[in-house]
Design a protein around this ligand. Structure first.
Ligand code: CA
Length: 242
């Protein structure tokens, strides 16, 4: 999960960043609107946390611009303003949520998780593809109900694949997600993580390969139908969401 916080108040921005890092998210900060828009343009974010009062432009202006070129990216507005008019204006400009300052760390995280679930089309914190299930809240991956023991980086890769199921994720995007633009190693490291992830998942599932390689473009997670085609003898028991 990769977040961008557009906020000029350093204490608030750093507080959000620490909370996000503790959850295993990658979090970047932009101190003004122009920097924020530039970062959104060049990087892929899963959620934007946007302050309304910024030194160079208003949050409303930023929101409108975000909606022009990245339609679907979820935006949580942060504001000291508590008026109904302000909130309505934000929602009609395309905000997904509105949080009034001061706010608690836990409330912000709960809202981030709620948005993640909505964005992935699931109202439960558990996302399933056939027998493969990921619990975003507890960071647990299971196959046939049996836990797959993953390192943080392996988990982050699988979380991104499942969160963006149906799309191809490039190695650059994985690196950005894992390292957040800091001390990024060679792209080849992504292949190494994918290889380890596949082995661990194959061990628990009895040989199923859940991750597809799209040569020259990246990786994506397979849908149940694809897995069933490759493993016709396999019985699939749908796990019930907790
Ligand atoms: Ca501000």
């Amino acid at each position: 999960m990769r977040l961008l916080v557009i906020e000029d108040e350093n204490l608030i921005a750093e507080g959000i960043k620490l909370a996000c890092i503790a959850e295993g998210f990658v979090c970047q900060i932009a101190e003004n609107g122009n920097d924020g828009l530039e970062m959104i343009h060049f990087y892929d974010y899963d959620i934007i946390i946007l302050d309304l009062l910024l030194p160079d432009m208003s949050g409303h202006e930023i929101l409108a611009k975000i909606r022009m070129f990245k339609r679907n990216i979820p935006v949580i507005v942060l504001s000291g303003l508590n008026s109904t008019e302000e909130k309505i204006k934000c929602f009609s400009n395309g905000a997904d949520d509105y949080l009034t300052k001061p706010f608690s760390r836990n409330e912000l995280l709960a809202r981030i998780y709620a948005i993640m679930r909505r964005a992935s089309g699931h109202y439960s914190s558990i996302l399933e593809i056939g027998t493969l299930a990921i619990d975003f809240n507890n960071k647990i991956v299971t196959i046939y109900g049996q836990e797959v023991q993953l390192t943080n980086k392996e988990y982050t890769i699988l979380e991104l694949l499942m969160f963006r199921r149906g799309s191809i994720i490039s190695k650059e995007t994985f690196l950005n997600h894992i390292y957040g633009g800091m001390d990024e190693p060679d792209l080849k490291i992504v292949d190494v993580f994918i290889c380890k992830l596949r082995k661990k998942m194959a061990k628990v599932s009895g040989g199923i390969n859940f991750i597809k390689t799209i040569w020259g473009r990246g990786y994506s997670v397979k849908e149940q139908e694809e897995i069933e085609q490759e493993h016709p003898s396999f019985k699939f028991n749908r796990l019930k969401a907790g």
